[in-house]
Design a protein. Sequence first.
Length: 216
Amino acid sequence: MSRFVSYVERRWDHLLDLTIEHAQVVIVALAIATVISVSLGILTYRREHAANAVLAVAGIFLTIPSFALLALLITPLGLGYEPTVVALVMYALLPIVRNTITGLRSVDPAVIESARGMGMNGRQRLLRIELPLAWPVILTGIRVSAVMLIGIAAIAAAVNGPGLGSDIFDGLARVGSPAAINLVLGGTLGVVVLALLFDAVFLLVGRFTTSRGIRD
């Protein structure tokens, strides 16, 4: 353990840079996936067949092994940042779109009818009533995707992607050497800490963006 602590102290700047890279690529992919997923959820939540089709396609993406998907993306996108982002977006879609559809469908019809009686049109009802009431469920989907992507992003090092995965793969390539355990452990702990931080941030976001009446 003392050797690992010394390793972290020596390589702190390097580990911090990799952690920032890891967080950045996850944030970019998550933002893109959120826009796509929420839009798809809004377009399909009232249409059963369309919603099922969207969920089926997003589910298929999630079943593709990460190594296979990243390898398939090399030909059209090359190595590095682009295939990493595209793969992460594809993996993030299902939890968010599923929760968007579920959240919007769970809004009490009586509330919607009351809003209609007040003269609100469909767009106003969506923006002022349905989405705010569905927001906690949607945010849970985003939170699940975020934590999931942090782990998957480490595998993107296989296609020269950014982040902590580069140290993990370097360590695996040096199995048997003194540095191998430190490299793998440093990268892995970085991923775990980053996942915990993201999870805590989304808990706070949920607390401050959800009205007290809905939380209670």
